[in-house]
Design a protein around this ligand. Structure first.
Ligand SMILES: *Cc1c(COP(=O)(O)O)cnc(C)c1O
Length: 221
């Protein structure tokens, strides 16, 4: 069943759009099913769950961390993740860089943008992201900023609002790519779109979607 769902999603994704299978709250067996169907890139949102799954699953899985990351959880996440998509403060960016250097690891990160209506969501404003890229990125030693990540407002009935949010994320990506990060050839990722809004995200210029429910079913919290 997971294999069928994966296939139908892959069949509809335009070429050039990468799929991150979001496996949070689903057991390692479910990840293994997707792995056996060819999926190699997975997303997790909690440090302990990521650590547990990396110990149980094949080593060639590329793990993306997509949840809010507290500085006291940076060590295990840097040890396990190839990409941290949820850099939402200068403090966190510097902490990840320091820890990656200490562990002798290279980590790719995305700047998480906050454009949605909900105050509760994490992330940098577009101006904060540009400021961070200008001031802090040149100092980084073990981390490469390879893109941005963002979520649209949780307004399923308001496609216009969702479209405006995704356009704002893409515009910030373009602004960084043409400006502060124009010297970084690996700055290429615009991660936006989840199960319910991926079509709008792709139409607005996403090249990485993060899909959980449509692959693994509903999460039980
Ligand atoms: C959980 C989560 C997803 C996946 O959401 P679905 O609606 O299950 O596809 C994507 N991105 C982030 C940041 C998430 O926390």
């Amino acid at each position: 069943m997971i294999a069928d769902r994966l296939k139908s999603i892959r069949d509809t994704l335009p070429s050039g759009v990468e799929l991150v299978a979001v496996s949070k709250f689903h057991p390692a067996e479910a990840v293994k099913e997707a792995y056996d169907a060819g999926q190699r890139v997975f997303g997790e949102s909690r440090a302990a769950e990521l650590t547990e799954k990396t110990s149980q699953l094949p080593a060639d899985i590329v793990w993306h961390f997509i949840g809010h990351l507290q500085t006291n959880k940076v060590r295990p996440v840097v040890a396990a993740a190839s990409v941290i998509q949820s850099i939402d403060s200068e403090r966190l960016l510097l902490a990840v860089d320091r820890e990656a250097e200490k562990q002798g690891r290279r980590v790719d990160v995305l700047l998480q943008l906050h454009v949605a209506a909900e105050e509760t969501k994490f992330g940098l404003t577009p101006d904060e992201a540009c400021d961070l890229a200008e001031r802090v990125v040149p100092q980084l030693k073990a981390v490469t900023v390879t893109g941005v990540m963002g979520m649209a407002s949780n307004t399923p009935d308001d496609r216009e609002r969702i479209t405006a949010d995704f356009r704002a994320i893409r515009a910030t990506f373009d602004r960084l790519a043409a400006g502060a990060l124009s010297g970084e050839p690996r700055f290429t990722v615009c991660s936006m779109g989840m199960s319910d809004d991926r079509d709008i995200a792709i139409a607005c210029g996403s090249n990485m979607v993060r899909i959980g429910t449509d692959i693994f079913g509903m999460r039980e919290y």
